[in-house]
Design a protein around this ligand. Structure first.
Ligand code: PMP
Length: 438
């Protein structure tokens, strides 16, 4: 009997014993093409440069508390991230994962306004059908009804406006651009409703991952969001925990939209799975307010800036940038999109195939014409997940109907090193899984 407490307590999970490029290997020797449960493994499972960096660092110094000392890899990683970061993001606060990154972002926004004497600002606006992590602050920002339900009485009150979800929400005859402007305006309406002097931040994912299935915003949406935030003195927090680090074809996903946030959260691909690490980047304006004010960020965890984790991430970001892997994600992503369209474009239950780079989503519907989702009791996403694992494919099917709104989708996030034959293998295995499930 296993004494590990798994998330799905009734599931019998295989034991992972090895990794080889894009494949995971279990104790029975079965190979699984890893196309991203949680979009972590951007470099595959056996990258020699990252493995070497971890080994070397652990021999030098494994841990030094950042209350006393910084470390060489943390300094070098922050420099490298800032060299590539959009806008005037200039400081990096290291954490151990995505939820810690968004949680730190919320607290940083709050402390910034305290430091500049705007203590009334404490409200966060985020979006429905979103996910920003599972700690209580991050969960409060998330607008996913199913994930929030059990903890509702314990959550911080935050507002949720509409996501930018063209396939499901754009009305007939409306252009993509107009639709984006319309939903962006919801932010302005909500800021005014709450009172601009009480709002501190708006938080959103540039390309929505887990909750919608690789849904990018339409052109012009984020530009308008940025304008609204600036107009009302509200900080823009972008959550790139899943879509960042090259996954969408740019090192930072917001580069595609041509906007820069005040605070940016990354994780997952930052450590590529070799170490747990995340980061919250912010502008000098925010950092200086604290430095010139109280001089102390009232937040922190023991493993902030962990030397081995930052050494791994330094090697990951060096791989990503020196080999221009985001460009590779863009090219292979276009190929994947074409292959998915060829395989499923006419499928009666495939409503939409979308995404950016190697971050793709397929939305499954009961009726293509009406876009009617499947009855949630059918558990289509769960059936696809099981059939995919049986076929040797790890992907991320999710059921949006848990939100009481939309249907099932499959999220695909393969490593950037994936080759064309493996893209074919992905599409073939997914085809098998979908036909078994529906
Ligand atoms: N934000 C986003 C957009 C995510 O997708 C996730 C994880 N799926 C998180 C935050 C939380 O990250 P973690 O699971 O590392 O805490």
């Amino acid at each position: 009997m296993s004494h590990v407490f798994p998330r799905h307590t009734k599931a019998e999970l295989p034991i992972a014993v090895g990794g080889d490029g894009c494949y995971l290997i279990d104790a029975q020797g079965k190979r699984y093409l890893d196309c991203g449960d949680a979009a972590v493994s951007c470099l595959g499972h056996s990258n020699p440069a990252v493995i070497h960096a971890v080994q070397e660092q652990v021999q030098k110094i494994a841990f030094a508390h950042t209350g006393f000392m910084t470390s060489e890899p943390a300094e070098a990683l922050a420099d490298l991230l800032i060299q590539h970061a959009p806008g005037s993001l200039d400081r990096v606060y290291f954490v151990s994962g995505g939820s810690e990154a968004t949680e730190a972002a919320i607290k940083l926004a709050r402390q910034y306004f305290l430091e500049i004497g705007q203590s009334e600002r404490s409200r966060v606006i985020a979006r429905r059908q979103s996910y920003h992590g599972n700690t209580l602050g991050a969960l409060s920002a998330g607008g996913n009804a199913w994930r929030r339900a059990q903890f509702a009485p314990m959550l911080i009150e935050m507002s949720h406006i509409a996501p930018c979800y063209e396939y499901a929400e754009k009305t007939e005859g409306e252009s993509s651009y107009d639709y984006g402007q319309r939903v962006a305006t919801e932010l302005e309406v909500e800021i005014k409703r709450l009172g601009p002097e009480t709002v501190m931040a708006f938080m959103a994912e540039p390309v929505v991952g887990a909750t919608l299935g690789a849904v990018p915003a339409v052109e012009g949406y984020y530009k308008r969001i940025r304008e609204i935030c600036d107009q009302y003195g509200v900080l823009l927090i972008l959550d790139e925990v899943m879509c960042g680090m090259g996954r969408t074809g740019h090192l930072f996903a917001c580069d595609h939209d041509g906007v820069a946030p005040d605070i940016l959260c990354i994780a997952k691909g930052l450590g590529a799975g070799y170490q747990p690490i995340g980061a919250t980047l912010c502008t000098d304006r925010i950092y200086d307010a604290i430095r010139n004010g109280s001089g102390f960020f009232q937040h922190g965890h023991t493993y902030v800036g962990h030397p081995v984790a930052t050494a791994a991430a330094l090697a990951v970001v060096t791989e990503l940038t020196s080999r221009d892997l985001p460009a590779r994600a863009r090219n292979m992503g276009d190929k994947l999109q074409a292959k998915l369209e060829a395989a499923f474009g006419q499928h009666p239950n495939v409503g939409d195939i979308r995404g950016r780079g190697l971050f793709r989503g397929i939305e499954l519907v009961a009726d293509r014409d009406t876009r009617e989702p499947f009855d949630p009791t059918l558990g289509v996403a769960a059936k696809i997940k099981k059939a995919a694992v049986d076929a040797g494919l790890i992907c991320y099917p999710m059921s949006g109907t848990r939100d009481g709104r939309r249907g099932d989708h499959v999220l695909l996030a393969p490593p950037f090193i994936i080759e064309e034959p493996q893209l074919d293998e992905l599409v073939d295995k997914l085809s098998v899984a979908i036909s078994k499930a529906i």
